[in-house]
Design a binder for this molecule. Sequence first.
Ligand SMILES: C[S@@+](CC[C@H](N)C(=O)[O-])C[C@H]1O[C@@H](n2cnc3c(N)ncnc32)[C@H](O)[C@@H]1O
Length: 257
Amino acid sequence: MTERIREGDLILLLSGDGNTYLLRVEDRPFHTHRDYVKLADLVGQPYGTRLTGVHGTPFYALRPVIHDYLMKLKRATQIIYPKEIGIILLKLDVGPGKTIVECGTGSGALTMALARAVGPEGRVITYEKEDRFRQLARENLKRVGLEGRVVFKGSAEPGFEEEEEADAVFLDVREPWDLLDTAWRALKGGAPFGALVPTTNQVSRLLQALGELPFVALEVQEVLQRFYKLNPERLRPEDRMVAHTGYLIFARKVWER
Ligand SMILES: C[S@@+](CC[C@H](N)C(=O)[O-])C[C@H]1O[C@@H](n2cnc3c(N)ncnc32)[C@H](O)[C@@H]1O
């Protein structure tokens, strides 16, 4: 059955010029630089409803998807982008009921995707050494109703508190090799490990460190994503693309090499 918009819902408002806005439905007007609409008019309407601004601009009220949440979260750090998050979720086998350990939280982009994937029975244990980033990530998670699935912890330098508890561990820190011992201890036997680093010299260093511990099935990969111009008669890629974000490293824990 088509779901109806309620007061207080978080919606994605798409305007005729292609801009999108993540907004809570409240009794207030919403202004863009060209037009405005009354959000309260959406209450009781089905998702997908079109509103017309007072100056004639069409607006569409959409139910936000997790990709929208990720692209709209407040950022204070570099974040992991959806193109990498997709493969991370699959390689780490993140699903309902799983326990995932992550470091660092940063702005909480990956945390949000993990929290969504583990479902209400699962949990994400995320380590972040900076109070201000932990606070920001908590707010980002709270806004989309996923805060309850996440356990926020401080620096991982003393080591992760989890011992053979994690179904997967992911590291997004500058020096992941320093946390490899504790990551290995936190993982269940056979469980997947992943990391993201932005430079090739970090990849080399991490590979060497992984080679010194009981990790197998090592893999390094990079995800490239190209968008297309939307002209069906002259279909071709956009002129620009994000050429580089980071390298992904994956491995599996074993008891001995
Ligand atoms: C690039 S950001 C992580 C971004 C995050 N994955 C996201 O998608 O939003 C790296 C974070 O790791 C944190 N960090 C680095 N070393 C850490 C450690 N030993 N313990 C906890 N956090 C750490 C930094 O403070 C920083 O916020």
